[in-house]
Design a binder for this molecule. Sequence first.
Ligand code: HEC
Length: 128
Amino acid sequence: MSTSSSTAAERDFKKTLLKIVFIVFGVLLICFLIFFVNHHENNKYIIETLEFNGSVEDGNALFKTNCVGCHGITGRGLVGPDLHSITQRLNDKEIIKQVTGGLTPPMPSFEIDPVNMSNLLKYLHSLE
Ligand code: HEC
C-alpha cells in the first residue's frame, strides 16, 4: 500500500520534472534561434562587404564627408582617436562593427552599403 502511494508520488514528481525540462529546453531553443538569426544577418553584411575589393580614393572621399569631423582631416584624431595603424589593432570585422554598430557614443552608427564599407576599409588599411 505504502509502496504504491509512494510510486504515485514519484510519478507526479517525474511528470513535473519532465515539464520543467521541456520548458527549459524550449526557452533555450528560442534563445538559440534569436541568437542565430541575429548572428546570421550580421554575418551576411560582413561577408558581402569582405567580398568587395574596395577603392582607397572612394574610401577617402567617404572619410572626408563622414569621419573627419571627429577623426581629423588626415585621420590623426580630434574628438575620436587617431586611426593610423588601426587595421593592425582591429580586424576588418571589428572595424565594420565599430562603424555600423553605434556601440561607442558619441560615434554614431553609419548605415553604409557593403561596397562603400569596403571602400572605407581599404582607406583605413592605407593609413599606416
Ligand atoms: C561624432 C564623432 C565621430 C564620428 C563622426 C566618427 N567617429 Fe569614429 N570614433 C569616435 C569616438 C569618440 C571613438 C572612440 C570610441 C570609444 O572607443 O570609446 C571612435 C572610434 C572609432 C574607431 C575605433 C578606434 C579604436 O582605436 O578602437 C574606428 C575604427 C572609427 N571610429 C572609425 C570611424 C569612421 C570610419 C568614421 C566615419 C564613417 C567615424 N569613425 C566617424 C567618434 C566619431
